[in-house]
Design a protein around this ligand. Sequence first.
Ligand code: GAP
Length: 445
Amino acid sequence: MIDDLMQKIVALCKRRGFIYPGSEIYGGLSNSWDYGPLGVELKNNIKSLWWKRFVQQRANIVGLDAALIMNPKVWEASGHLANFTDPLIECKKCHFRFRADQMDANSCSNCGEKDSFTESKTFNLMFKTFIGPAEESSNIAYFRPETAQAIFVDFKHVLDTTRIKIPFGIAQIGKAFRNEITPGNFLFRVREFEQMEIEYFFAPPKQDSDWQEAFEIWRKEVLSWIKDDLGLDLSKVSEYEVPEDSRAHYSKKTIDFMFEFPFGIEELYGLAYRGDFDLKSHEDSSGQDLKYRDPESGKEYLPHVIEPSFGVDRSVLAVLVDAYSEKDGKVILKLNPKLAPYKLAVFPLLANKPELVKLAKKIYLDLKENLMVTWDERGNIGGRYATQDEIGTPFCVTVDFQSLEDAAVTVRFRDDGHQERVKVDELEKFLKEKLNGSRNNSKIS
Ligand code: GAP
């Protein structure tokens, strides 16, 4: 049943152009996925809603888009070269590799052999490459395993070039790479993925309650993003406070936001209090002064940081899992309309009536200026509705013979199938009101 749902989602994603298996014409590349025409819309909608909420609509968070490959000294200073590792063991019989910390039985999950593993060794998850033509150790570089470090490295630049004052945040969306030992579960654990991260800087806390208060504000912000922007069902979301011995090397407190995926309750996002670990390490290693100078008191200090970290691909997967539903054997993807790849589809009732096609085309082209709109004139109306339901299009607009008389069209709503007659002149306003009103409610009515 569980596998069934994941299989259905993977099949739907491929069939309708959300997500394809990577490099498929060459036999594929395991655990690599390509976003197709609808997937890129869904993913971009998530990223732009996030940017709007955390950068555009806030006075004290600014953006950054840094290089993926940084000076390798960054990873020495950040602790990733020494600590960003997983324990790796190998089955002596079939040579299958596992993460030792994720094994829950003494037998190989690949071939069933019992108690026959190599000693555990540490495996660094960073992807290595060489800069320039010579493959020498002095030219080794790494693809970033998190977007966060560039924010610390560029911290002083941002201070010097903006008028931002503590407390403030720097946000970034971009690719990260991890040579995961056990990738899998579709988009859940991949080796190349995107993160949306904020480093939120504040004055060194005088007492624990100072950072705890900031942490609590961010905890609520993350939950509100999940509920109000993604529109996920909060009953599928839980919080897990990571115990000290499992926390990342930089963290003084971490909460993982867990989501009920079909394959289990797993981490969706993380929220960590990183103290001044990163700025201090980079100050020590680079020899550069990275302190913030308080404009009123003139006091200089290294700010502390709270970091909410959001995986883009895990967001896409959670949204698809939450939205997937079936009615009478047909799929309805009940996406938050703000995330839907197409906001509406426009149809002429009959494809062979030029006067209907002409009016429908005009409506389609006019609305396309400001909204993602699709066109369909194949088959019958019922089939077209089903096609749009499957990709989550919240509204379908049909131009019929009456439209030629009363300059109105039929708008059909995805989730309950009800229909309303709307004047062509008022259509854009009507749709925008419905879309804007959908922030706190993923279901449309
Ligand atoms: N800067 C902090 C950081 O990177 P993390 O918990 O290692 O923390 C943050 O990663 C988020 O990035 C995770 O909550 C998840 O959403 C996403 N993520 C991490 N590894 C991933 C992978 N292999 N595949 C897909 N998403 C991943």
